[in-house]
Design a protein around this ligand. Sequence first.
Ligand SMILES: [Zn+2]
Length: 320
Amino acid sequence: MPEGTGADVMGYDLMPWHAEMLLRLLATAIDKKNPHAILLAAPKGTGKIDSAGWLAAALLCTQGELSGPCGHCDACELYGAGSHGDLRWLEPEEGKRAIGIEPVREAARFLQQTAGYGERKLLVIAPAEAMTISAANALLKTLEEPPGDSVIVLVSDRPDDLPPTVRSRCQIFVMPCPSEEESVEWLRVRTEFADDDCRRAVKLALGRPKEALALLESGALNEWAALADQCASLLVGCQTPNSVAEALLAWELDPALTLVVRTVDEAVRTSVSENPRGILHALESRDTILEWLSAHRRGVNISRDLVVRECCQMLHKALV
Ligand SMILES: [Zn+2]
C-alpha cells in the first residue's frame, strides 16, 4: 500500500473473520461515536492490512453505508486511485524497515488541516511498530487529542513492541484469527489454486491465509514443504545441521527462522520427546531463536549465515 497521496491503486478486502468487529466499528463511526485513535492488532499473515484498507475506504466514503465503502462515490474512486487527499498511509519507505520522525511529523500537520473531501481526515500507520522511538514520541500529542474528526488507525502484528505510551492512547481491537477451514475457503474463493494445494499451504503457513497465498504464488510450495520436513528430521537426528542450514540459507532470514521456531513448537506440541528435560531445552532454544528473529526485525544487523547455522545446531540438539 502506498502513502495516501501516492499514485498507486489502493486495494482493500474485508477479511470474513474481521467482518463482525469492523462492521461494528464502522457503525460507531457513522453514529459519530467512534474512537479517534484505533489500534488494530492481529498476527502477521491474517489479512489485517487488507481489512484496515477496507476500514479506511469505509471511513472516507461519503455515502455512510453500514455495509462498507460504496465503491462508486467520488471518495471511493479517489481512494481506489490512491489519491484521496484526506488520507495519509504511512509505511516504511522502500528498502527500509523503520518509519522515521519526519513522515510522522508531516502526518500530524496534515491532520491539523480541514478535511477537503468528506467529514474526516485519516491517518493509517502500518505496521505501527515500525515507528522509531522518536517517531512514536512525535505522534503522542496527536494520538492524545486527534484534531477535529480525524481518525488515526495503527495496525500492528506485534502490539507489545509499541511503546506503552502509544498503546495506552489507543482503543485496542484484537482482531480474530481465521480457523484453518476459513483460511482454506478464503483461498478457494479468491484464487484459482487447486483445493489440495490451498489446504497444504494453509497447513504450512499455520493457518495464516496471506502467508499461505504468498507461498502458493511463489510457486515454492513443494520446496517449502520439503524444507519443513528437513527441519523436522533434523530435530530427530535424521539430518545433519549443515545440510539443513544450506537449504534454509536459500530463503530470507525471517521465514527461515520462523520455520525453525515452528518446527520446535510442533515438536513440543506433539511431544516428540518423552524427555521433559529435552522439551525444556527445546523451549530455551526456541527463546534464543526468537530473540534473534526479533533483533533482525528491529533492523539489527546480524549475520544471516552465522545465525542460520547456529539455529540448525540448536535444532539438532534441541530435544537432547
Ligand atoms: Zn463511497
